[in-house]
Every structure is written in C-alpha cells, then in structure tokens.
Design a protein around this ligand. Sequence first.
Ligand code: ZN
Ligand code: MN
Length: 486
Amino acid sequence: MMDGIKIGLEVHCQLTNLKTKLFCGCSSDYRNKEPNSNVCVICLGHPGTLPKPNKKAIEYAIMAGLALKSKINERVLFSRKNYFYVDMNKNFQISMYETKNSPPICSGGYLDISYEGKIKRIRIRRIQLEEDPARLVHIGPIDISPYTLVDYNRAGIALLEVVTEPDISTPKEARIFLQKLRSVFEHIGIFDGGLEGAMRCDANISIKEGARVEIKNISSFKEVERALNYEILRQMNLISKGEKVLRETRHWDEIRKVTISLREKEEEYDYRYFPEPDILPIHITQELIESIRLKMPELPDERAERFIKLYGIPQYDANILVSQKALADFFEECVKLFNEPKTISNWIISDLLGILNNRGLEIQETKITPIAMVEMLKMIKDGIISGKIGKIILPEIVETGKMPSQIVKEKNMIRISDEDFIRKIVEEVFMENEKAVKDALINENAINFLIGQVMKKTKGRGDPKLVNEIVRNKIKEIKLSDINDK
Ligand code: ZN
Ligand code: MN
C-alpha cells in the first residue's frame, strides 16, 4: 500500500437495543414487517406534529461517548439538516451540527486498534444522534433502476453517527476500526451489529493532494475494505494518467464491485443547518454523566486485560478474542466448562476462525456451542480422538451443531488403542518400506517417517503414543537381532 492515503469514516449505528424510535413511540424493531406499517404521524413527518426525544437514546449516546473517551457536551441542540430526497419526507433530517453554539452530544475522543502487532490510535471528531431516513429499494443497480420503492418503517430509528478524523491509512485498518467499534458498542449494550443494516458506513478518501471523494452507504466491514481498495486503484489510475480526481460523492455497488458517481460532493453549507425549533436544548448534567459512568460495563480493552491476567493467554490472543463480543463470550463460556484457556484460545484462533472466515460467517450465525467445542477438546485430551481428527470434524460441528462424540461415532473415527491391531499395521509398514527401516537404525528422521506411515494407514486414528512405542521397540528389536547375528 502506498503512502499519502487519508481515510476518514462516518459510521451510522442504529441503537437497536432501544424499544422505540428516536422521536416517536413506534417500535424500533422494523425488520421483516410489511412495508410502511411501522409508522405514525411523527415519523411520517406530518405538519403540526412534534418530535419527542427518546431519553434512553441520549443515555446510550453518552455511554458511547464515555467508551470512546469523548467530551460529553453540557448543552446539546438538535439541528435540521435540509435536503430534498425521497428517503426524507419532511425534506430535512433531525440531526446534530458541530458549531460552538450548537455542539453535537460528544466531541473528540479516540479508539485504539491493534494492527499487525502495533497499536494505532484513531481519533474521533464527534458523535451525534440523528434519525434514520426511510429505506429505499431499487430494482437492480441504483443508476439504472426504473423506479424507487420507499419503506418508512425505518424512518426515525435512532442512529448514532460516529465521525473519525482522517487517521486511517489503509482499507484494512478501516475494517479493523469498524470491527472494534462494533465490539465496543456491543459490549456497552446499545447495539447488535449482527442485524442487517444496523451498521452502515460512509468513507472519505483522498490520495496525496488529490480531492476528497466520499463513498456512501457501505453495508459491511468486508465491503468497506473492498470499496476503498477499488477507489484507491481508480484514483491512482486517474493520477497516473495525469487526470484530476473530482471532488464528488460516489456509491458503492456491491454487486458489480465498483463505485459509481452519484453527484458532486455537497458542502456543509448546502444543507442550511439551523437549530430544530421543535425541540428544546438538552441539558446534560454532570450527575447524569457520573451515574452513567458508574454503570459502564467492561469494554473490549479492559476485557482483554482481564483475559491476560485471569486466563494467562497472550495479548495477541486476547486482542483477537475481544474484537468480536460473541467470540469473547464463546471463549469465556468454554473456559467455564474446561479450564484450559490457552488450548481453547488456540483452537478458536487458529482453527475455528479459519473455518468462519472461509465461510464468511460470524460465530453467532453458526450452530457450534461451547458445550460441543469443549466436548471435542476433552476427547482430545483423554486420547479418545487425535488432534488431527479434531481438525477434521470441527467444520462439521460448526455447520451442523452436532456433538463431536456423535460425529466420531458415525464416522468411525475413534482412536485405535488396540495394540494387536497397531502391531499388525506396523508389520505391514516395515515390510513395505525396507529402505526406511534400514535407515531408521541410524536415523531419527526415518523413524518419524515410519511412524507417519503407520498413522496414515490408521487414517490418523492410531494412538500416537502407542504407535510411537511399538515402532521404536520394533527398531530396537531389529538392532538387537543384527548384533546377535554378527
Ligand atoms: Zn412513528
Ligand atoms: Mn448522518
């Protein structure tokens, strides 16, 4: 990756753990409902109706601010962001603005991410509350869709917008930042990032002295990384041809995997922000902030520290585990059932995560339970199956949720500890590998080769200790008989 890349993110997180929308009593659970059924006169923006701010949403925003080490402002105003678009039937969005007289709910702050073994600090510019617009449904790609369908069920859902400084320098860092942010918000219990569309992201990117391009509405971490990679290539290509990068807003097309130009980038003054006259300024007292501070749950970084101290796992493992709340929860559940934290963390990080990444799944989307995971680890420890068999059956546990004991029984994978049986296979292997047997009399590598051949014949099911013993004894016998012959 080249130098001179500056990426800033604007992340919109729905406060999915609220019961109601931001300014009315409609349910915040709008998913899988008949279009335009979860609405009222307030969230439909009928003239003469008055928005009533959700107190819990303010508290959640304060929690988010405390978690990101932001300054919580004392007097907060909602503002109108004026624009004309079908997703906003009032022609303005109730949002927050960032001026001295009209501060957002939180200013400043930071989030540390760990990237390639280093800690990088990403500064936060502001955190604000605003209403989610309606959901637009396009037929095919946005630029050629013959019409737009509008569903207001989502209109008025509480959004927390987190704006970063342009401290991110690679698409990968952007992805790690978003993952960590999600983990923080899940740990403080304001949000469930697993819900479709619960976390959406706009990314600003500029290369060297080029213009800043904004990519709108990217729906997942992976897509953010892809969209940014695409955009870097596109801009570098323009620069290398001596052309200018235009300051504009682009849309990420997830199906075609390209960004397309939507419009020239609007400036802030285009929105004609002004204070929302229908909502009084909100006063946030020190008492309220302190009472929330006292109730703050454990954050991912604190949890990682606890994992290191309490379970003796390395920092590297701890960082990976807490990067997803569900993963850290899974780990701790396993440790409760089987007190070998390092074994568990090894299996989660090098095996389970590999399987999940391959399938593009998160742990909570699969059927594996801590009970099944631990049963497998205990079977390995007790010598009932080998670690190798464990690696073979893990994907099936993830996919089906079956207990390992059941899988190994069905597939006849239980470890062979029958001495006579293994002796017979050792005989076979020795017959078939005369040269290796000769070498084995003087060469340790050849012994290991023979052991490997025996294990192969048992399809990994031979008890390694037993196989080892029998092969070595056999070599000793041959050595002895050689001496006797002489
Ligand atoms: Zn409503
Ligand atoms: Mn916004």
